[in-house]
Design a protein around this ligand. Structure first.
Ligand SMILES: Cc1cc2nc3c(=O)[nH]c(=O)nc-3n(C[C@H](O)[C@H](O)[C@H](O)COP(=O)(O)OP(=O)(O)OC[C@H]3O[C@@H](n4cnc5c(N)ncnc54)[C@H](O)[C@@H]3O)c2cc1C
Length: 275
């Protein structure tokens, strides 16, 4: 829910900058909403797929009873399936995520060139970043993951240019990388914000550590897939070496089994999810 609250807040704030008496009110609201098109699509895709996974796991946990209509999970399972289809199917939303990102990259609205220029440097600098910060290891991995994503995007633009928009499988890989980046970024920001306000963060920190670790595994796999499908021969060999050096540093050494058990115990004890 860090993604949803952040995106709704940012989108609403942007919409409120539009003067109510403007003769172009509708058009300006459209422009304001468009500013967060990437984040909105990420929230839609990630939210609906998380709900689908939870309904699936919930049904499975109940075994045969989960499948029968006597218990509620069969209904949850069926009803959540539509969320991946309406409000723009998740396939189309993934095209929107990468499409808008590509547009912003080409218009230089995002500091992509800056990140790309520093691809070799970031591996050397990373140990000195976020000194003294809460969740420092996670923030360092996120920074590396951002550079790695830009590297894959750069190779994709070099190979296909604007025609990349019709390379739907590649667009999906990059969209999934961006989804994980936004997810980790939003979660780390939420925990830091709570910490600054003096609120308890014990379990929130564990959730952020677990989620960051798992996202780093996912981003690593996606980067390998992207590069392997984009390059051949010596170019592939050289790029894979760079990707592997990123992955070695991005993977966060944490005991996820214990972390997950502790999070589950807290939810069971409180009988609610309230983080
Ligand atoms: C219960 C329900 C409620 C609805 N409510 C509303 C509503 O309130 N308002 C409204 O406007 N609409 C509503 N819809 C319609 C809904 O938005 C559409 O079903 C949805 O946009 C998908 O369009 P489609 O069904 O024509 O599928 P299609 O566009 O035919 O797509 C079929 C499949 O192909 C995939 N696909 C298509 N293009 C690509 C591509 N380029 N790359 C990869 N995959 C692709 C799609 O993701 C999808 O999986 C509702 C639908 C349902 C079932």
């Amino acid at each position: 829910d860090s993604i949803v609250y952040r995106t709704v807040y940012d989108t609403e704030k942007e919409a409120q900058t539009v003067p109510a008496d403007s003769p172009y009110h509708g058009k300006l609201i459209g422009k304001a909403l468009e500013k967060y098109a990437i984040e909105d699509s990420i929230a839609k895709v990630f939210g609906s797929e998380s709900l689908g996974r939870i309904a699936d796991e919930g049904l499975q946990i109940h075994g045969g009873y989960g499948f029968t209509e006597e218990y509620p999970f069969a209904g949850f399972y069926r009803n959540t399936r539509i969320d991946r289809i309406y409000e723009g199917t998740n396939e189309i939303n993934r095209q929107i995520i990468t499409g808008y990102f590509l547009k912003k990259a080409l218009l230089e609205e995002l500091p992509i060139r800056e990140k790309l220029r520093n691809v070799p440097g970031i591996l050397k600098e990373i140990d000195d970043l976020y000194y003294g910060d809460l969740l420092r290891r996670e923030k360092q991995s996120l920074e590396l993951a951002k550079h790695l994503t830009m590297l894959v995007l750069h190779e994709a633009i070099c190979k296909f240019g604007q025609a990349m928009r019709t390379e739907h499988q590649l667009m999906e890989i990059i969209a999934d990388m961006l989804i994980h980046l936004y997810l980790v970024d939003s979660t780390l920001a939420r925990v830091s914000q709570r910490n600054e306000k003096g609120m308890p963060i014990d379990i929130q920190k564990k959730i952020a550590q677990t989620l960051s670790s798992e996202s780093m595994y996912q981003i690593s796999t996606l980067a390998m897939k992207g590069i392997t499908n984009l390059l051949v021969g010596d170019a592939l060999k050289g790029s894979l070496e760079i990707v592997e050096s990123f992955i070695r540093r991005m993977v966060i050494p944490r005991d996820l089994f214990t972390l997950k058990r502790e999070i589950a115990e807290d939810i069971i004890n409180k009988e609610e999810y309230n983080y």
